[in-house]
Design a protein around this ligand. Structure first.
Ligand SMILES: Cc1ncc(COP(=O)(O)O)c(C=O)c1O
Length: 480
């Protein structure tokens, strides 16, 4: 069967080439032009020159836009073109990002946006923080990844810094590259230490999408197609310590063995849901009483986002295992970790390779992590998050009083803020309206009618005011 031609969105300078071998190959799900090996080398060379270029002319900028759309459509996942609602619904289908600094980023055509999404919480220190970038560049020039056999000084140094910073007796640390793997490791550690299989998680909780972490997922849409997941996971409403206790009591009565209770301090993807003040202390007490590990998933809330270095500190609670990610890499490198106490950690020591990762804790990531810790403390990012968060939420609540039929709730802690609108469609329209006005926000994964506002923790006050003005402007337009 002949290959279908790609119909380019705009002019495409290259004509699709066919390979001889194409004739006998089964047509892929999405048709693509064949590229010879020589052409692939040329293409990679062209992209390298774009990556290394200091300046791009208009032609190249426009070509990057049309190519990126085609590349996503034919080689990545065309679903993303439709899904990025804040981008697509504002008619800016082809917004292709290119550079950023602080609380601004630019698309490839040079349009500037205020970043109030923070890369889903990774840019707590802002985009491209110079101190963090410098540390990574210096380490890059010296040694990018590790030999694996020699001891890696930055890994040790970052582990110590986190061990000193973490609450209570959380002292030991293992590094990986994303939040999912932090949760995965925490689950394995809990099973290894307790010798028990089960977990309790929360409805609408979000902990990642690998099989273990997905088993804790509190929304059916993301789990159903992959069932059966881990079997011994039980769900309770978020913020309900009594329900946790009831579940543990039932489990004990019928001989089901629970290793740990996994909870986000503030539910992030569910839309910045803050539990009542007694929730965390009560869950701590219940877990201790039943001999079950308390696992705090601080992937999104950690590193100052909620106004404290770690969100559990709002309630003076020390979990048994804590997961970190997102902002831990300073918005420059992927880096995550799970931490626990020396008593629990000892089960990992007889065979330290019982849980390992080739890239976890690599020197580039750890250089970024050390710099992120330094910036977070030196610039008092948690303090800034608390102050700016209070101001922003106060102003958002004032807006809520002006648009009570459409803006239903403002909630959050520090700069993890959810703004809930009357329905999903309206929420999307607000995100789109803001994007059109040069401000990026987005929905949360589990609750699309809630916009997440997660800017850099050091976002300057005038930019916060600009966000508020533009939100007001958008709401006026949409409710007119
Ligand atoms: C609380 C929490 N845990 C885990 C994850 C998964 O992290 P990642 O996407 O880096 O794997 C997320 C991601 O949003 C999260 O918010």
């Amino acid at each position: 069967m002949p290959k279908a031609e790609i119909v380019p969105i705009k002019d495409q300078t290259e004509k699709p080439r066919r390979r001889r071998s194409d004739r006998v190959r089964v047509m892929p799900r999405v048709p693509r032009p064949g590229m010879s090996r020589k052409k692939i080398i040329e293409e990679s060379r062209r992209w390298l020159s774009l990556i290394n270029a200091h300046k791009l002319n208009d032609y190249k900028r426009r070509k990057i836009v049309t190519e990126t759309i085609d590349n996503f459509r034919y080689y990545y996942n065309r679903g993303f073109l439709e899904y990025r609602k804040a981008v697509t619904e504002s008619g800016e289908y082809a917004a292709v990002e290119w550079s950023g600094r602080g609380s601004h980023f630019e698309d490839v055509t040079g349009r500037r946006f205020i970043d109030c999404l923070g890369g889903y919480g990774i840019y707590s220190a802002g985009i491209n923080h110079p101190k963090i970038v410098r540390a990574v560049k210096s380490q890059l020039d010296r040694m990018p990844l590790s030999s694996q056999e020699l001891l890696d000084p930055l890994r040790g140094a970052l582990a110590r810094l986190l061990g000193e910073l973490a609450p209570g007796d959380l002292q030991d640390c293992f590094f990986i590259s994303n939040g999912t793997d932090a949760v995965e490791g925490a689950m394995k550690l809990a099973r290894l230490y307790t010798g028990k299989p089960g977990f309790i998680s929360c409805i609408r909780g979000f902990h990642g999408k690998s099989y273990g972490s997905l088993s804790l997922m509190g929304k059916a849409e993301y789990r159903l197609a992959f069932e059966p997941l881990l079997q011994d996971v039980y769900f309770v409403p978020f913020g309900d310590a009594q329900a946790v206790e009831n579940e543990l009591r039932k489990a004990e009565a019928v001989g089901m063995a629970i290793a740990g209770v996994v909870v986000e301090p503030v539910q992030g993807e569910a839309g910045a849901i803050v539990p009542s003040p007694d929730f965390w202390p009560r869950v701590r007490e219940v877990c201790t009483r039943y001999g079950v590990l308390l696992i705090a998933d601080e992937v999104q809330t950690g590193m100052g986002r909620t106004g404290k270095m770690f969100a559990v500190e709002h309630w003076d609670v020390v979990p048994d295992i804590m997961c970190l990610g997102k902002a831990l890499g300073g918005g420059v490198m992927p880096l995550s970790a799970f931490m626990s106490t020396p008593e629990i950690w000892k089960v990992l020591e007889p065979n330290p390779f019982i849980h390992s990762s080739t890239f976890g804790g690599n020197p580039l990531a750890c250089a970024a992590g050390i710099a992120a810790v330094n910036v977070t403390l030196e610039e008092d990012l948690p303090g800034q998050a608390a102050a700016t968060g209070e101001y922003l939420m106060g102003e958002l609540r004032r807006l809520q009083r002006r648009y009570p039929e459409h803006l239903m709730e403002v909630r959050g802690l520090g700069l993890l803020i959810g703004v809930e609108f009357v329905d999903t469609e309206f929420g999307y329209s607000v995100a789109a309206g803001l994007f059109k006005r040069g401000v990026l926000v987005a929905g949360t994964l589990l609750n699309a009618k809630t916009l997440r506002v997660e800017p850099a923790l050091n976002i300057p006050r005038p930019l916060v005011d600009e966000l508020l003005d533009k939100l007001d402007d958008t709401l006026q337009e949409l409710t007119a």
